[in-house]
Write a protein that binds this ligand. Structure first.
Ligand SMILES: [Zn+2]
Length: 185
């Protein structure tokens, strides 16, 4: 029997067409343990541009290099823009956690996915299950850019340094991480 799994297929590895198995940074195994981890995928013109999974310890380490100011800016942004998100989440819980609902529009702007040329999806998972603490969401490029602009120069530099100092990663992964940082979680 297949293990219980509610990871939406859109979060599967584009290459293996199966759930992503390892943390991009430390390589730890994500599916067999109860590890919390983030999956991020970026789409452009309907094509997967980037994808990775990162365990919560590595996310926390990375976020450790963000300034107080940047964290506060992001928190304020989310508070200011939460009405659409809140509505989506209500629908999601009422539907019995149909994650497809959350991936139909930008969580921040409400723009339908069909109208978006570029967007990212992300979510928190635990083993083979959605972690309801941070259900899957979709962010349009427009909102991602607004969020990126909330990061101080210092934070951007420190995040980039953090990524540059990761050893043993292929250079294309470093680029993926630099352009798709898990700052929202
Ligand atoms: Zn890790």
């Amino acid at each position: 029997m297949e293990p219980e799994n509610n990871i939406p297929k859109v979060f599967y590895s584009n290459i293996s067409e199966k759930p992503i198995e390892n943390c991009i940074i430390c390589g730890c195994s994500l599916l067999e343990n109860d590890t919390q981890y983030v999956i991020e995928k970026a789409f452009k013109d309907g094509i997967v541009e980037a994808e990775y999974a990162m365990c919560i310890d590595c996310v926390e380490n990375m976020k450790g290099s963000m300034s107080e100011e940047s964290m506060q800016n992001i928190e304020n942004y989310i508070i200011e823009n939460r009405s659409n998100m809140q509505e989506l989440l209500n629908e999601f819980y009422l539907s019995g956690m149909d994650s497809g609902l959350l991936l139909k529009q930008c969580a921040i702007k409400g723009t339908p996915v069909d109208d978006l040329k570029e967007y990212q999806i992300a979510g928190l998972f635990k083993g083979r299950m959605i972690d309801p603490q941070v259900p899957p969401y979709l962010i349009s490029m427009e909102a991602a850019e607004e969020i990126n602009n909330l990061l101080s120069k210092k934070t951007k530099d420190e995040l980039d340094n953090f990524i540059d100092e990761l050893t043993g990663l292929p250079p294309e992964w470093l680029e993926i991480l630099k352009t798709n940082k898990p700052v929202l979680l």
